[in-house]
Design a protein around this ligand. Structure first.
Ligand code: BEZ
Length: 186
């Protein structure tokens, strides 16, 4: 899967002149909220699975020993639960810098518990970026996470904080909870 960058730019044009817009968070933005937001709501998106397939040498690992962080992978029957934040466009300056290691913004439909829907943005990193690591067995991913540390802290803490945040949201994300079990057992 490769991101079509011309489409990404069109996705951003869609929000021109909007005073606020929804960002769907499925990773660290759920548990590390270092930006202002107008409101937040649990939300979900369809046709994507959360996967620890993106390498991290700037937050949870180093260039010599990258950690693993989550990205979204297209998956036709999947449903991904997370947190939506309504933010002003200015907040993207901060988040684009924070998530600069291979992530691009893409437009997608967000679903809320009351049945309503909004168009929002996700950050997504695919196999066209240099830091992408792709799939590996759960044991390999857990071992890499258990061993990695970077400027933002340990990769293990990232996984455990994400698993806790997803538990609070009522998520049944088997990829995340099985990695949590493996890392805690190591
Ligand atoms: C997120 O929480 O949605 C997220 C965090 C980091 C990179 C990409 C997405």
């Amino acid at each position: 899967m490769s991101i079509d960058t011309s489409k990404v730019n069109k996705d951003l044009d869609f929000f021109d002149r909007h005073e606020s817009l929804w960002l769907f968070a499925y990773g660290s933005i759920i548990f590390k909220v270092d930006f202002d937001y107008i409101e937040k709501r649990a939300a979900s998106i369809d046709h994507f699975s959360r996967r620890f397939w993106q390498g991290s040498h700037d937050h949870r690992g180093t260039i010599e020993a990258p950690g693993r962080v989550v990205t979204l992978v297209p998956d036709i029957n999947a449903h991904c639960l997370g947190m939506a934040y309504r933010i002003t466009p200015a907040v993207f300056q901060h988040l684009d810098y924070r998530e600069k290691n291979g992530y691009l913004r893409q437009k997608t439909a967000l679903h809320f518990d009351d049945g309503s829907e909004e168009i929002g943005l996700i950050y997504i990193a695919d196999d066209s970026n240099a830091a992408y690591l792709g799939p590996a067995s759960d044991t390999e991913i857990a071992t890499q996470i258990a061993q990695s540390n970077g400027p933002s802290g340990s990769n293990k803490r990232y996984l455990l904080d994400l698993a806790d945040a997803l538990r609070q949201l009522g998520s049944d994300d088997t990829h995340i909870f099985s990695l949590e079990r493996l890392v805690l057992a190591l």
